[in-house]
Every structure is written in C-alpha cells, then in structure tokens.
Design a protein around this ligand. Structure first.
Ligand code: SDX
Length: 432
C-alpha cells in the first residue's frame, strides 16, 4: 500500500495516495477528491499543481538543476548539438550515428514549404509580428499534409515531427525576409539545421551568408538551451491541446501563442528593450531597479525571476559565458552587456531580489547573443520557439503514447451571480 496523506474535512478523514517520482518529488494524488468529498482544490497559477507525470525533463528549482532525459544541461551544452538533444528529448535516448543520420536526413527532406504557402506570406502586412506569422503558418503548413489530420499514428509520427521541426525554421526565416521586403532564400540540403536557418535568414540571391563556425555554434547552443523546460506555460498549452487529440501542428501553433507573452518567451525581447531604455536614459541601472521594486511603476526587471528556479537558472549561466565568447570573437563591444552585468550585480545584492529569490533566467542574456549574430529583436521570441519545438513535440508524443491520458479539463470555483431571471428590456435599469 503506497503512503497516504490524510485530509480532514467536516470531521471526516479522507485518505489520499502519495505519488513519489524518480527524483524523490512527492505529490498528493487528488484524482478522486471531488468524487469522495465533493471538494476541489484551488491553486492560483498552478504553483502547487502537477498536471501530469512526465519522463522528459527534470528541474530542481532550489538547486538550479536542469536535465533532459536525465542528462545535465551543462554536459549537453558542452558536448551535444541542438538536433542531437532534440532527438534525445523526443525519443528518450541519445541517438546512435545511424539514428542521428536518419533524423538529419528526414529534416533535410522536409525543409521546404509547399510553394503555394508563399501566397499566405504575401497576405501579411509588412509590420506583422513574426510570432503571429509563425503560429498561423504552422497551421497553414498542416493543410498541405492531409495525413496529419488523421491525428497521432505512431507509424507516421517520425515523419510528421521531423516535418514540423524542419519547417518551423523555414517559416521563421521566410517571415523575417518577407517582413523586411527581402527575396525569399530557399534552404540548401548541404547545410545542417542551424547553418541552413542562418543561410535562409541572411544570404542574398547573389551571395551566400558567411557561416562563421562561432556564430553557428552560438545559435545552435541557444536553440539547445531552450529545447525543453518541464511544464512551462507554452508546453502546458501544447499538452492541453494534445489532450483533445488535436494534430501535432495545431498543438505547436498554440504553443507559439502562449510563448509570445512578455512574462514567458517574449521576455528576451523585453530584456533588450529594457537595456536599451536604460542605456538611452544614461541610467546606470539603479533608477530602473528602484522602479522594478515599486509595484506602482508597472515595471519588472525583465529576464529576472522564475516560477521554479529560486536559484540561478543554469541556462543563464551558460549563456552569460557564451556572451563574452561570441562578442570577443566577433570583436563587438556591446554596452548593453555591461549594463546587464551591472544590473545583475546590483540586483543580486539588493534585499528585494534576494528575499524573493529572483535570479537571472534564460532570457536575461540570450538577447545579447542574438543581437551579436544580427538577429533583429522582433525575431528573438521566434528563436525561442524554434528552440522549444523539440520539447513541445516530446510532450505531444508523451501524451499520445499514454493510453490513459484524459482530456485536460480543470474545474473552477464559481463566484458569479446566483440564479436570477431574464428581464424584458423595458424593465432594465443601468447595471441591472
Ligand atoms: C521563461 O516556466 C518556465 O520554465 C519558463 C521558461 C521556459 O524555459 O519555458 O523558463 C522561460 O518564461 C522565463 C521567465 C521569463 N519572464 C521574465 O523574465 C519576466 C520577468 N519575470 C517575472 O514576470 C516573474 O518572475 C515570472 C513571470 C517569471 C514568474 O512569476 P511568478 O512565479 O508568478 O512570481 P510572482 O509574480 O509571484 O513574483 C513573486 C514576487 C512578487 O513580489 P511580491 O508580491 O512578493 O511583493 O517577486 C516579484 C513579484 O512582484 N517579482 C519581480 C520580478 N519577478 C517577480 N519583481 C520585479 N521584477 C521581476 N522580474
């Protein structure tokens, strides 16, 4: 008999099973609570609620630990590549050379978009935000693959998932080129994933982009570090949509929309806008920090704080080191990096941030690298979405492979008007 939790309500004691994960995380299973007691639980922002059991990514927020399928992010950042780590997340093990070759070939075979999709790009206004284009074009791309609409079939998941992972970068690059009035640059099969993306973004019809190894490596690392992160807002959204058995592309399109918010993936763009504002105002950061501590200012220290990490985000540590390397190798002196470092130093010695355990998260330094590479700020969250695609795909697969997964349908506590009746319009008064 597994360990039980006891809950006493109105003099009656309810026994609730306790679930223990492989990293010794403990949870009270309340699946039968309403049926047995008539009570539900309420948890603002789901801070204390596990929506599922998952074997994909482990985070220990107190210790600043992040592992993809058990492998520490620091080891993957040093030794792996984005596509190899994507395979690890999706299939649960590091690929053999044969498996990696097949996966890479599938990505190459699926890198092009249906030619008719160009007409969809034509329909967007020049200033359309690339995240809006990305979410709509992922769904549009699915229309050209009818088998996708048959829903999850283990037999065709390998091709469907490679199709999504490959095309998301083509859509992103085409969106960038379109919004800047530039001719579309088609992918080249000789290039691997990240190189091909940079080629499609920055080559010209008359001249291929100069793929500097340090730039390719820096962007590949950014993708890898963003590849998955347990049940964050956008991944939970993907799982919510997947629980209704919608198709993979529909789930990814929903994930893009959730990621867009400035409190989530949109933070990397907001951090650079914050640093540029501090730089423009000649502030050494102290004024901004004071404002971020004052709730009435409506300002936050973007790139700081995290729902799970109450310690330094391990990804931020790695990205910060990479910032120094890439700026040095490209001979760039970016004043925003100096401002970011000063902000971090000041915040980590300020009781407001220390007491609330607010540390730099993945978004605090990532924009510095993307700026150095020449990626425009409106594309920062798109880069995050490309990176996060393997995590969304892995969570989609986990739900679909789990035969017992039921549709996600949270309950609520109703606080609206109690029963009242229809009033003919002539009898209504203001705010009736
Ligand atoms: C990502 O979930 C994931 O894993 C996400 C992610 C991933 O890989 O998927 O890691 C990616 O989204 C990283 C987070 C990017 N967002 C930002 O950097 C935006 C700035 N950060 C905050 O908005 C905030 O820290 C959140 C949204 C990240 C977390 O919010 P929580 O968990 O709801 O925390 P909270 O708002 O309850 O904050 C607790 C306290 C509050 O003050 P008090 O009410 O206790 O007085 O800390 C304060 C907050 O006001 N606070 C901040 C702050 N973050 C929290 N104050 C100033 N600046 C901040 N950045």
């Amino acid at each position: 008999m597994s360990e039980q939790a006891k809950l006493e309500i109105g003099g009656k004691v309810y026994q609730l099973p306790i679930v223990v994960g492989t990293e010794d995380e403990h949870a009270v299973d309340i699946s039968k609570l309403r049926q047995e007691s008539g009570y539900i639980t309420l948890d603002d922002g789901y801070s204390n609620t596990g929506s599922c059991s998952s074997a994909i990514t482990f985070i220990d927020g107190e210790k600043g630990i992040l592992r993809y399928r058990g492998i520490p992010i620091e080891e993957l950042a040093e030794k792996s590549t984005f596509i190899e780590s994507a395979y690890l997340l999706i299939y649960g093990h590091l690929p053999t050379s044969l498996e990696l070759r097949r996966f890479s070939d599938l990505l190459t075979q699926n890198e092009m978009l249906h030619e008719d999709m160009k007409f969809h790009f034509e329909g967007f206004p020049p200033n359309a935000h690339p995240m809006a284009i990305l979410s709509s074009m992922i769904n549009a791309a699915s229309c050209f693959h009818p088998r996708l609409m048959e829903g999850y079939q283990p037999g065709n998941f390998e091709v469907q998932s490679a199709r999504l992972l490959s095309k998301v970068r083509t859509i992103a690059a085409f969106a960038y080129r379109k919004s800047h009035g530039l001719p579309i640059i088609y992918p080249k099969p000789i290039y691997k994933y990240t190189s091909n993306f940079l080629h499609m973004m920055f080559s010209e019809p008359y001249e291929d982009y100069n793929l500097k190894p340090e730039v390719v490596r820096a962007l590949d690392l950014i993708f890898l570090l963003h590849a998955d992160h347990e049940q964050n807002c956008s991944t939970s959204t993907v799982r919510m949509i997947a629980s209704s058995r919608a198709n993979l592309f529909a789930c990814a399109a929903g994930g893009v929309c959730a990621l867009w918010g400035p409190l989530h993936g949109g933070a990397n763009q907001a951090v650079i806008e914050m640093l540029e504002q501090i730089h423009r105002e000649g502030d050494d950061g102290s004024k901004f920090i004071e404002a971020a501590k004052d709730k009435k200012s409506g300002r936050k220290l973007m790139g700081f704080g995290h729902r799970v990490y109450k310690n330094y985000d391990p990804r931020a540590k790695i990205i910060k080191q990479q910032c120094d390397k890439i700026l040095e190798s490209l001979h760039i002196n970016d004043p925003l990096l100096d401002i970011a470092k000063k902000l971090e130093e000041a915040a980590l010695h300020d009781s407001y941030f220390v007491e609330r355990k607010l540390y730099p998260n993945v978004d605090f330094y990532s924009g510095i690298i993307m700026r150095a590479i020449g990626i425009p700020i409106e594309m920062f969250t798109v880069i995050f979405a490309i990176g996060r695609m393997p995590g969304w795909i892995a969570n989609y697969k986990e739900i679909m492979d789990e035969a017992t997964t039921r549709i996600y349908r949270p309950r609520q506590v109703y606080v609206g008007p109690t029963e009242r009746h229809y009033l003919p319009i002539e009898k209504r008064t203001k705010n009736a």
